[in-house]
Design a protein around this ligand. Structure first.
Ligand SMILES: Nc1ncnc2c1ncn2[C@@H]1O[C@H](COP(=O)(O)OP(=O)(O)O)[C@@H](O)[C@H]1O
Length: 176
């Protein structure tokens, strides 16, 4: 059993599935702190190099983890990143993998300005369920949850569902 007073939540999934949008809502509704791993990496100079092929920065994972460790120990953190296999398993009480259907994701990424290989690779990442499999291999199956996030209605359902889970976690903790 954890000593944390509030749970830590991981929100993961392919770029464009709606992680930031969901985390913004969760932060507003719960008062828990949203930790955007890409931003933490950038602000703390934890970007190692630029991957020209994939047009994205490569993280210095060890340094990012060091930056995050103290905060994660406090509990009550919502972590958002498009990968999940390098975090310590002990950090998280639950993992949500957001999913978006291919055509919707394609449109969102085009609107974000992605094109060519970067666009294709991200859509393929979603088609092949890469992040879902990564989560399944990195965490206990009972804490990994898939959430479909194609529409604003689903966004609301997902936010409600996570908020309800947090309330249950708190009630169980106080009872125990
Ligand atoms: N459930 C949803 N339904 C429709 N559009 C969404 C939904 N969630 C997010 N979006 C839109 O999709 C785009 C990508 O969302 P974002 O939260 O930035 O994704 P991520 O953080 O996973 O890269 C944004 O333009 C956002 O407004």
């Amino acid at each position: 059993m954890t000593n944390r007073m509030l749970p830590n939540i991981l929100v993961t999934g392919t770029p464009g599935v709606g992680k930031s949008t969901l985390c913004t809502q969760l932060q507003e509704r719960t008062g828990m702190e949203w930790l955007e791993v890409s931003r933490i990496a950038k602000e703390n100079n934890c970007l190692e190099e630029y991957d020209e092929e994939y047009k994205c920065p490569v993280l210095d994972e060890e340094r990012v983890l060091d930056e995050m460790e103290d905060k994660m120990e406090e509990g009550g953190k919502i972590v958002d990143y498009h990968g999940c296999d390098f975090f310590p398993e002990r950090w998280f009480d639950i993992v949500f993998v957001l999913r978006t259907n291919n055509t919707e994701l394609y449109d969102r990424l085009v609107r974000r300005g992605y094109s060519g290989k970067k666009l294709e690779d991200n859509v393929q990442c979603e088609i092949f369920q890469t992040i879902l499999e990564e989560a399944a291999q990195s965490y206990q199956p009972e804490i990994v949850n898939m959430l479909q996030n194609d529409s604003m209605d689903q966004l609301e359902d997902n936010t409600n569902r996570i908020c309800a889970w947090i309330e249950t976690w708190k009630a169980n903790r106080n009872a125990g």
